[in-house]
Design a protein around this ligand. Structure first.
Ligand code: SF4
Length: 345
């Protein structure tokens, strides 16, 4: 078997990319020469490759993906950036499950990262998880995910529906986290719409943290205004179980709902802020999109979703109204705000 030259390209995202880590492991196990890079443009001195891969997570990376394709026309591009891209790594390498990861392509990363489950109980229109992965199933224990040895007991679990796996399985994983003294970051978010009182009580006992493992944080989402009742029920359940709203970071999808107006968007935002929740807008599609005002009586008709996202992430709403916000001003990130937000869901 002759070795092949392989280029793995991370097109977006700050967290290590598990798909590329799998491909690195698989190709190296076959004796191939693997180069990992975040550069989408071909360097002058790069060799010709037998195989080029790219992975992108966010829909706003479409321009970068297009540029990458220009540079490497035969590249195989995966990831959640595009709803029509449903190919999995396993399909590419011809295996049913491949749970081996090459951490060496991220030499400064010392946490452990993986999935205890794949799939999701829901099927949201903007999301590929159910289409790609189907219904929830358990895939790894905590011992399978942790790298062991002297690595810190810090786990990034990328599960999209942790409590969607069978109850005996999620209880076993939570016990493994507790018994092993791990800190866990569930930064894809737990499914608050389907959270039961039992699940809320169980998650409240676990050391859940932000992705720096410094601040208590539990991630979830409120994507549609029509889910208000069910979302608030979940917030109440968590609060009663011991997870206060101030621990919640809530992804709010913007730019997807065709009936979205600034009024409807601000309704969700204001409800969360009033409770002490931290919203995090996730933009679907065009960051430069503007919205109809709805009933909002403020001069924000020309404001864009990208500007709104920046105003929220930087917590500028604490000191300046959106209409007066200077997007070029250097904002302040609150403690624990530095977040990787690797979600597509
Ligand atoms: S957005 Fe979240 S809840 Fe909806 S299908 Fe995707 S993973 Fe499931």
């Amino acid at each position: 078997m002759t070795s092949a030259a392989v280029r793995l390209t991370q097109i977006d995202g700050k967290l290590p990319n598990l798909a590329l880590m799998k491909l690195a492991h698989w190709h190296k196990s076959r004796g191939d020469d693997v180069i990992f890079t975040k550069h989408i443009e071909r360097d002058l001195y790069e060799p010709e490759y037998h195989r080029v891969y790219g992975s992108a997570i966010f829909s706003y990376s479409a321009d970068r993906v297009a540029l990458f394709k220009e540079q490497f026309p035969s590249a195989i591009i995966g990831g959640t950036w595009n709803l029509s891209t449903l190919t999995t790594v396993e399909e590419m390498i011809g295996q049913d499950e491949y749970e081996h990861y090459d951490y060496s392509i991220y030499p400064t990363f010392d946490a452990s990262i993986g999935f205890t489950q794949r799939g999701c109980r829901l099927k949201c229109g903007f999301c590929v998880v159910q289409k790609k992965e189907g219904k929830p199933r358990s895939v790894n224990t905590i011992a399978d995910i942790w790298r062991g040895g002297s690595y810190p007991k810090h786990l990034h679990l990328l599960d999209n529906d942790f409590f969607g796996q069978p109850e005996d399985q999620w209880r076993a994983r939570l016990n493994e986290i507790l018994d092993g003294g791990f800190k866990v970051c569930l930064n894809q978010g737990i499914n608050i719409r389907l959270i039961t009182e039992e699940a809320a009580q169980a998650i409240a006992t676990v050391p859940y943290y932000d992705d720096s493992f410094k601040y208590r944080r539990l991630y979830t989402a409120w994507d549609n205004l029509r889910d208000e009742k069910i979302f608030m029920r979940g917030v109440e359940r968590l609060n009663s179980a011991g997870v206060p709203p101030s621990h919640l970071m809530v992804y709010m999808l913007v730019g997807f709902d065709k009936s979205e107006t600034w009024e409807r968007l601000f309704y969700r935002f204001n409800k969360m802020v009033a409770l002490g929740i931290r919203p995090y807008p996730m933009i679907f599609g065009d960051r430069g999109k503007t919205l109809p005002l709805g009933g909002v009586n403020a001069p924000i008709a020309d404001r864009t979703l990208g500007e709104f996202q920046r105003w929220v992430i930087r917590k500028a709403y604490n000191f300046v109204p959106f209409e007066s916000y200077d997007v070029n001003a250097r904002g302040t990130l609150a403690p624990g705000q530095g977040n990787l937000f690797e979600v597509a869901a």
